[in-house]
Design a protein around this ligand. Structure first.
Ligand SMILES: Nc1ncnc2c1ncn2[C@@H]1O[C@H](COP(=O)(O)OP(=O)(O)OP(=O)(O)O)[C@@H](O)[C@H]1O
Ligand SMILES: [Mg+2]
Length: 310
């Protein structure tokens, strides 16, 4: 059974009390997320990422389409027990301490009163706020509030965790700690769904991603499917190219990027790799190492967005 499955999920907001302007936020989004994976939903501002999460958690309701979470249709009360949610731009009562914030959310989740305090402290330790338990949240920095938000999302030991920009405002060390925490939750079997603009982070922890643009899914795939440039190879050489070998390589009319003792060649078809290797070796140039070239997720994302938006 999938952790999350959506079929043609669509949301149009109605805005303005008189005009009732139609704002299409999501168009027929069909996604499938396996249990235990970390899935990233990417997209520019206003693409519909937060709307997607709000639909899944029944904070807003779909215009059309359907979805199931752990096999339950949206809106089932039982589902709330299984989900954890870190909202975008969350606000907690400023007069509550970190400890009391978590106790409050624990009560809302129906946790037994006797376990609340212990649970709150364990989670504060997990997110690196152990020494801040008694401090009121109005004194918290943005990154500290984000850590508290993460602790709040974990209060009910969710099977599936929805995180909207989890590392927003968190410093680099804190971001690494959050990544490690998410990986350890994954190792325990938790499914994690996150929205993020920090593509280098997404690349480090997500198993699969989908890219949204103007409410439409334009790409889905594993990180390596999206970032491996299929036919570009980086070839490391044992010595610099000679003039003669360089000329022979140029004659292939393949796009080749030359470096001191390496080159990057983009092929039209795989057998052309043998031709390059033959030219190098017959010219007395040894091959030290050869790797398939990768783009960063960020470069890929920018490339896709340029294509999508002309
Ligand atoms: N409550 C609402 N009423 C009307 N329109 C809305 C509402 N919430 C969102 N929208 C619109 O829906 C679209 C998608 O918004 P959404 O917040 O889902 O985007 P997002 O991908 O999360 O953006 P960001 O990266 O900035 O967080 C936008 O055009 C937005 O203006
Ligand atoms: Mg958002």
């Amino acid at each position: 059974m999938e952790a999350l499955q959506t079929l043609d999920l669509t949301k149009h907001y109605r805005s303005g009390s008189f005009t009732k302007k139609n704002i299409p936020a999501l168009e027929k989004v069909s996604l499938s997320i396996e249990q235990g994976e970390i899935f990233g939903l990417l997209g520019p501002n206003g693409a519909g990422k937060t709307t997607f999460v709000k639909l899944i958690l029944s904070i807003v309701h779909p215009t059309s389409g359907s979805a199931t979470v752990l096999g339950y249709p949206l809106g089932q009360r039982k589902l709330k027990e299984y989900c954890g949610y870190l909202p975008e731009n969350h606000r907690y009562p400023a007069f509550l301490s970190a400890e009391n914030t978590l106790i409050f959310f624990g009560r809302l989740n129906g946790l037994p009163e006797s376990t609340l305090k212990e649970k709150a402290h364990a989670l504060l330790e997990t997110v690196g706020l152990k020494d801040w338990a008694k401090v009121k949240t109005k004194k918290f920095s943005k990154g500290m509030l984000q850590r508290l938000g993460l602790a709040q999302a974990l209060i009910n030991n969710p099977k599936i965790l929805f995180l909207d920009e989890p590392t927003d405002g968190v410093d680099p060390v804190g971001r690494k700690e959050i990544r490690d925490l998410l990986l350890s939750l994954k190792a325990q079997g938790t499914t994690i769904f996150l929205n993020s603009h920090l593509l280098s982070e997404v690349e480090m922890i997500c198993d699969r991603v989908a890219i949204l643009n103007k409410g439409n899914v334009v790409r889905t795939g594993t990180i390596s499917e999206l970032t491996t440039q299929k036919l570009a190879y980086h070839i490391h050489l044992s010595s610099p190219l000679t003039k003669e070998v360089r000329e022979r390589l140029d004659q292939t009319i393949l796009p080749i990027e030359y470096h001191e003792t390496s080159l990057v060649v983009t092929l039209h078809e795989k057998p052309q790799l043998n031709l390059i290797i033959d030219i190098l070796r017959s010219g007395g140039i040894g091959i030290e190492d050869m790797t398939q070239q990768k783009t960063s997720l960020e470069d890929y994302f920018i490339q896709i967005m340029k294509g999508e938006n002309g």
